[in-house]
Design a protein around this ligand. Sequence first.
Ligand SMILES: Cc1cc2nc3c(=O)[nH]c(=O)nc-3n(C[C@H](O)[C@H](O)[C@H](O)COP(=O)(O)OP(=O)(O)OC[C@H]3O[C@@H](n4cnc5c(N)ncnc54)[C@H](O)[C@@H]3O)c2cc1C
Length: 525
Amino acid sequence: MNQISRRKFLQHSSKLAGGAYPAMMALGLLKDAPAHAFNLPGNAKGEHIIILGAGLAGLTAAYELQKQGYRCTILEARNRAGGRCWSIRKGSTHTETGAPEQKAAFDEGLYFNAGPSRIPHHHQISLHYCKELNVPLQVYNNVNESAYYFSEGKGPLSNKKVRVREVHNDMRGHLSELLAKAVDSDKVDTHLTKEDAQKVVEYLRAEGGLDLDKLYKASARRGYIEPPGVGEKAGRVADPHTLSAIVSSGLLDPDFYNVAEYTYELQTPLFQAVGGMDMIAKAFEKKLLNPVVFNAVVTTVRNTDKGVEVKYKSAAGEKSITGDLCICTIPLPVLSNVDHNFSSNVSRAIDYANYIKTGKIGLQFKRRFWEEDENIYGGITHTNNELTQIFYPSNDYLGKKGMLIGYYNFNDKARVVGDLSFAQREQLALQKGKLIHPQYDQEFERSFSVSWHKTQYNLGGWALYSSEDRQTSYKALLTPDKNVYFAGEHTTYLNSWMAGAFESARQVATAIHGRLSEQRLAYPR
Ligand SMILES: Cc1cc2nc3c(=O)[nH]c(=O)nc-3n(C[C@H](O)[C@H](O)[C@H](O)COP(=O)(O)OP(=O)(O)OC[C@H]3O[C@@H](n4cnc5c(N)ncnc54)[C@H](O)[C@@H]3O)c2cc1C
């Protein structure tokens, strides 16, 4: 091969439109990030792609298409990029249906993630973009045996906080004891030889922490009431909670299922972007050749003979632009109120979409009492009341001040709480939260809450599809409506994950580039 110097190549290629990046990759001058760096063959002829929405799907589509040389215009209704990928800091503002504007007054350096807060270790595409865009990551502690279960009810363990490790280990112990007895006494048909059945019993003894008689009598796994220490301090373990106390206190109800450990997406390790998850959106924004057009509320999307026409409202009045193709990432409940000339199938898919109701509140405290007083570093406390979950931060451990997510709820609980005013939500979070952490009384400073289903330009947390929807309406969004392509988490099976936004953007970028450059291209590549 005719050698050219790296420097010469870079000087020359920086003058080329977006074609430089793939060319550099091909020449081995740019290192392919792990996972799957995106690399489409061939360049654009400067066609204009209008992208509706500057959430992660819109930003990613523009970022990838500009690499090929497409001219991308992103229209965004809000005054910021990122959409749901949003971290609340001092000065963040927020409007919900029928409520006054809320402005965050947190101390400098404190924040909470109103939207995404966790990246599963197998969401390679999310990790990939963090790497490609130089967004530093840190480990996110999702599971913490030191956190609590708090069940409002009538049982002996109700209305008080119980460490997760006590319930987990007592349940492991009780169930292992029951099973070991059943297997040992041939009461269950295991289809095992006697020898293998004994191996199962031995396994249960280890799993449940049973004694030699295969009885569960508690162990240090569930923590100490007097910790071990110097000299004669051997440490003291409390008796286990009885099975009936655990059951009758509601601690086996769905609110307390072992969601965190067992769900594929929530298995450790998980990651978060240092300084707030919206660092990912900010990093994309910095890479765009054409800045996002902010405060541009799209009102009309129409297929035309030549391409597409989009009308939007801005401070300067109503404007209209035309493009060759369009990528629409507007969440479906919002898109339902946008004028369009899509086919009846697409129109139906948009109008009947179902989105989850969900909300979070960030609470600023003077002191990190959960760490200082209660040894809780990250993780989640689960409740069966309106709070559903309290999230402890996985950053700035042992710092001075800190933020908790005082509730993160869904469905009916999110609806009830979302219907409250901002002040009432704060009151509820404090009133219920101090049943678990009485320190709230002394240490609380200020709050900020987001109810996603009441949030303009989202009107829902994420798309929820039944298996029937997946076979019908969902499919209508997977192919373009003439010149308009649909992207966003709602066009994937990765709903509720940023990975959905990224994957959908790559999918439409591939389809558009294939169409305009007349190549047969498939995604995933
Ligand atoms: C509470 C919550 C927790 C989550 N937790 C996680 C998590 O831990 N990990 C994870 O990976 N993912 C998580 N997600 C999911 C993740 O945030 C989303 O899947 C992803 O951000 C969606 O990106 P998007 O581009 O598809 O949509 P959006 O981010 O909603 O982008 C759509 C954009 O369109 C704009 N828009 C709307 N209407 C108009 C209009 N008329 N004109 C112009 N622009 C318009 C919006 O302002 C927005 O910027 C969470 C989401 C929520 C809500």
